[in-house]
Structures are given as structure tokens and as C-alpha cells.
Design a protein around this ligand. Structure first.
Ligand code: ACO
Length: 377
């Protein structure tokens, strides 16, 4: 009898596991759409709150819907005393992604609502997370700098309020807009690793907080969301734009992955990069500082070298990492900012998974020892 070895798809590369109506990459035009709308048009004309509404409800809000949505988000921002106490007890060395993961887990433990997993219950939880996660990220940013937290300001939109809570002031609208563009671009990207993680957890009929906690863990890794932090560390390591080629020679010889480059889905460049790169260049132009000029030159030189030497293009994390640095955030805040945005995509997928659920349980080909007897005595 012959047994055929099934084809193995390591990393699930190329495997289609389900349908989704949330977003897609259109290969012919190399563009990403959310619910049918090109992401570059959303980034040009809409707020992050409008995009969150679009991802969750399938449509952009009209004026009244947006006013209602924004009011509900603003009202849900404050953290209760117990959450604040729990978070301040975490070790100061704790990575902010661990703080965020703990916070979401704690929100789940605290949530008094009997979890019926209904779309309405999950939307209420999603909105609460959208509102509260920036408060956690900002408080942690200040804690790292020995500063007390700043309470959210409900007269400000989500992006402006985040700057207010981190720095005690809101920068020029152009800087806020660049930040908002990054949130819009990071919001959703189909069955990426963290979203798929959320769908796997949801497929067991576990709760939304468990799915989001797991997704944060998946996003933290440098092959996924952690790459935006790794980009900035790498630029700091290279330092001198003239050293790019020598640094790359060593990195290639050591078979290092160059952070912020390459993508499983895009072979000819991430469709989100031109929009984020343009926003980052606006920030560079505003700075007028020799150190920013050096960083910008280095950033461009590395991009050019990677494309010409390896044909590998930057992904969204490459311009976003530099942009967050230019906005004044410290490196450990970069991936948590990604979470503040991707919470919208994750929770849209959780709702979609539940609407037509099938337990996600792939197979593996066993290649361990043949069956043998347990030694007795
Ligand atoms: N640096 C150097 N070589 C690379 C890179 C890179 N960043 N990306 C791909 N390659 C090379 C690989 O070494 C491999 O070469 P080989 O065939 O000669 O061995 C080939 O390209 C294919 O690479 P894989 O890692 O197999 O491709 P995969 O689709 O699994 O990887 C990934 C995608 C993980 C994103 C990869 O490009 C990578 O590690 N990039 C760096 C981390 C990063 O920027 N992650 C962010 C992703 S986007 C996001 O989360 C928003």
C-alpha cells in the first residue's frame, strides 16, 4: 500500500482559508481596498474614525452617524482606577506591547457583560477598545519618561487626543494628519498573521478579548508589526548614510532579514508605501534639522540599495517607523500605535468569523519517530 504525502504549505503560503468582505489587495492595480474603497482615497479624504465605522458596519458614516460614533468613542476613553493600578504595577522594563496585551486581557476579566458573542455585544467591546487603547499607550509612553498620565480630552478627535495624552499638546494639523494617515493605512490587511490569529481564537467560540490578546502577541513579532520598531533601531545602527552598502554586505552575509522590507502578499511593492512615504517626506521637510536630513538620506539610500541589489521593496513599516520617530514618539511606542489602529481590522474579522464560523484546525505531516513501545520498569 502506498500513502501519498500531502502537499505541505509552510507558513500557509498561498493557502486560501475563507472568504472576506472586509478588504482585499487587487493585484492588477496593486491597490488595497477597504469594503471596496481604495485605501489611498480614504487616507486622502477621511478620518480614522470614519474608516473604523466603515470596517465595522460596511459603510462610511453619514454626518449624524459620525457625530454619534465619535461621541460614543470619546465617552468610553477614561480608564477606571483598577485598570490604572494594574498597569502601573507592571515592571518598568515591560515592553509596551506586553502592557497592551495585559490591558486587553484585564479589560476582558473586568467586563461585567455576559458574553453572548453577538455582533452588537462585540461591537460595543470593539468601540471600548478603540477608545481605551490609546489611553493605555499614551500613559505608558509617559511612564517611560517618568511623567504622570494625562487624562483624555473629549473635545479632541482620536488622533489629536493621542498627541495630547502623550505630550500635553497637539502639534500642527499637518503632523496630526500624517499620523491619522498611518492609522488608516495600518487599520486592516485581510488574513495577515495577527488577524488570522484573532480568527483562529474566535473560531473556537472563545471571546473577543481573548482573540485580541492573542492578536497583540502575534503582531509584536519583528516579522510582523514589530518591524516598525526594528526599522528605527536598524537606521540607528547603520547611522551613516555612506555606510549602507557595507552594512548590507554584512547583513546579507549573516542572512539577516532587513526590517521593513519584503511582504508575503506584495512582490512588487506594498501598495500603502507611496502614501506613507509622501506623508513621511512632509514631516522631513518640516523639520529642517541636520540630523533629520541625515536620517532621511539614510532611509532613502537603504531603500534604493535594497531595490537595486535584491529587488526587495519596502513595506508600510519602513516609512511608518521613521514617521513615528519624527513625530516624537519613542521606539517602543511604534508597534502599540499599530495596535491602536489594527484593533479595527481585527474586530471586524472577529465579527465576520462568527457570522459563518468553522473551527480553524489545519493538519501537519508527522515526521517524528515511528510508533515504539514505552520502556517498562
Ligand atoms: N531582507 C532580506 N531578505 C529578504 C527579506 C528581507 N526583509 N524579505 C524577503 N527576503 C528574501 C528571503 O531571504 C528569501 O530569500 P531566499 O529565497 O534566497 O531564501 C526570499 O526573499 C523570500 O523570503 P521569505 O522570508 O521566504 O518570504 P515571506 O513571504 O515568508 O516573508 C516577510 C515575508 C516575513 C515579511 C519577510 O519579507 C521579512 O522577514 N521581512 C522583514 C520583516 C518585516 O519587515 N516585516 C513586516 C511585514 S509587513 C507588516 O507587518 C505591516
Amino acid at each position: 500500500m502506498t500513502t501519498e504525502t500531502p502537499e505541505i504549505h509552510r507558513g500557509l503560503a498561498g493557502v486560501v482559508v475563507d472568504t472576506t468582505a472586509i478588504s482585499t489587495v487587487i493585484e492588477e492595480t496593486n491597490s488595497l481596498t477597504y469594503r471596496g474603497y481604495p485605501v489611498q482615497d480614504l487616507a486622502a479624504h477621511r478620518s480614522f474614525e470614519e474608516v473604523a465605522h466603515l470596517l465595522w458596519y460596511g459603510e462610511l458614516p453619514d454626518h449624524d452617524q459620525l457625530v454619534d460614533f465619535a461621541a460614543r468613542e470619546r465617552a468610553l476613553r477614561p480608564l477606571d482606577r483598577t485598570t490604572t493600578d494594574v498597569l502601573t504595577r507592571l515592571p518598568e522594563t515591560c515592553h509596551p506591547m506586553d502592557v497592551l496585551r495585559t490591558a486587553v486581557s484585564f479589560f476582558g476579566a473586568e467586563d461585567p457583560v455576559e458574553d453572548d458573542g453577538s455582533p452588537a455585544a462585540n461591537r460595543a467591546k470593539s468601540l471600548a477598545l478603540l477608545a481605551k487603547l490609546p489611553v493605555v499607550v499614551a500613559a505608558d509612553h509617559r511612564r517611560r519618561h517618568g511623567l504622570d498620565p494625562i487624562a483624555p480630552d473629549d473635545s479632541l478627535g482620536l488622533a489629536e487626543n493621542f498627541f495630547h495624552m502623550c505630550f500635553g499638546s497637539v502639534p500642527d494639523p499637518e503632523v496630526v494628519r500624517c499620523f491619522e494617515i498611518s492609522l488608516i493605512l495600518y487599520a486592516e490587511h485581510s488574513f495577515n498573521a495577527s488577524t488570522f490569529t484573532a480568527r483562529v481564537v474566535t473560531s473556537t467560540l472563545s471571546d473577543l478579548y481573548s482573540a485580541v490578546t492573542a492578536a497583540i502577541g502575534a503582531l509584536k513579532g519583528p516579522l510582523h508589526g514589530g518591524a516598525n520598531e526594528a526599522v528605527m533601531r536598524m537606521l540607528n545602527e547603520i547611522g551613516d548614510p555612506r555606510g549602507v552598502d557595507a552594512w548590507l554586505d554584512e547583513a546579507f552575509a549573516a542572512k539577516r532579514k532587513i526590517m521593513g522590507f519584503g511582504h508575503r502578499v506584495y512582490q512588487h511593492g506594498d501598495s500603502r508605501v507611496p502614501i506613507m512615504q509622501a506623508a513621511t517626506e512632509r514631516l522631513i521637510a518640516r523639520a529642517g534639522d541636520p540630523d533629520v536630513t541625515r536620517l532621511a538620506t539614510l532611509h532613502a539610500a537603504l531603500r534604493h540599495a535594497m531595490i537595486s541589489r535584491k529587488g526587495i521593496h519596502p513595506n508600510l513599516d519602513y516609512p511608518a517607523g521613521l514617521a513615528y520617530h519624527l513625530m516624537g514618539f519613542d521606539i517602543p511606542a511604534f508597534t502599540p500605535i499599530f495596535v491602536m489602529s489594527r484593533i479595527t481590522g481585527w474586530t471586524a474579522h472577529i465579527t465576520e468569523q462568527l457570522a459563518h464560523n468553522a473551527l480553524i484546525r489545519p493538519l501537519g505531516v508527522y515526521n517524528g519517530p515511528a510508533q515504539r513501545s514505552v520502556p517498562v520498569g
